[in-house]
Design a protein around this ligand. Structure first.
Ligand code: HXC
Length: 257
């Protein structure tokens, strides 16, 4: 497929999507979303892919939704198009997703990173929800996912002032899993993705689903869900293989079934 605003690469079992609108600091317009969805559908249906990595450039992961695209729109335009609803596709991805963030991750860029399962940041990363400075608010889940990630105190601080936070602060706040020196970010993120992709894919998918369940339900229902899907894994060949390999002191060979 020919993409204009992203690059899609398959590196072994890892699918790498690179945002590629350098002149606009990877601002997220409708074309980016459309291409991202096509790329995601491709990676999700490819049995050879076990993890999906989304990254940008060194200067910008993404500096937000495309302000120039949004500027002329009316309420009716936004409402009838259900503008931004398409980004839900990323939230419903079943394979593990990793965001490798360097430079600006602002507005929709921060929201895109938060839509991924694991957020890895370079020491140059800057996160923020500056929409209020444009007379709007976060529109791709930021007010909800940022609050769940960092709590009310910092979410209110960021959303109401529009200030940025650096990678250190973002890690301390719990938004970021790990901070990595900028020149090692991509290698480290690829290594992480390869590690995940070396596990049993169906088991990784169930693990992700179980963690995500915690955001949608009560503790007791979440624990019940976990136990039921845990039981179900004993119907997989990979559970037999994983436990046999441990007992036989050898590396497991997962068959993704
Ligand atoms: C469209 C953008 C853009 C954006 C940058 N550019 N961000 N275009 N939408 N979100 C473009 C600039 O217009 C400029 O194009 C080029 O990228 C380089 O940006 P500069 O501003 O010249 O770079 P710099 O001075 O280094 O400043 C970087 C920056 C700044 C601090 C990241 O670009 C910035 O503040 N961007 C907007 C950040 C933002 O508000 N994001 C939230 C968007 S709203 P030209 O053609 O002039 O060279 C959003 C909301 C989602 O995401 C939901 C609710 C609406």
């Amino acid at each position: 497929t020919d993409f204009e605003t992203i690059l899609l690469e398959k590196r072994g079992r890892v699918g790498v999507i690179t945002l590629n609108r350098p002149k606009a600091l990877n601002a997220l317009n409708s074309q980016v979303l459309q291409e991202l969805v096509v790329a995601l559908d491709d990676l999700e249906t490819d049995d050879g892919i076990g993890a999906i990595l989304i990254t940008g450039s060194e200067r910008a992961f993404a500096a937000g939704a495309d302000i120039k695209e949004m500027q002329p729109k009316s309420y009716m335009d936004m409402f009838m198009a259900d503008f931004f609803a398409g980004w839900d596709r990323l939230a419903s991805a079943r394979k593990p997703t990793i965001a490798a963030v360097s430079g600006f991750a602002l507005g929709g860029g921060c929201e895109l990173a938060m839509l991924c399962d694991i957020l890895l940041a370079s020491d140059t990363a800057k996160f923020g929800q500056p929409e209020i400075k444009l007379g709007v608010i976060p529109g791709i889940g930021g007010s909800q996912r940022l609050t769940r990630a960092v709590g009310k105190a910092k979410a209110m601080d960021l959303v109401l002032t529009g200030r940025n936070m650096d990678a250190e602060e973002a890690e301390r706040a719990g938004l970021v899993a790990r901070v990595i020196p900028a020149d090692e970010l991509l290698d480290e993120a690829l290594k992480t993705a390869e590690t995940i992709a070396s596990m049993s894919l169906p088991v990784a998918m169930v693990a992700k689903e179980a963690v995500n369940r915690s955001f949608e339900t009560t503790l007791s229902e979440g624990v019940r869900f976990e136990r039921r899907v845990f039981h179900s894994l004993f119907a997989t060949e990979d559970q037999k293989e994983g436990m046999a390999a441990f007992v036989e002191k050898r590396a497991p060979e997962f068959k993704n079934r």
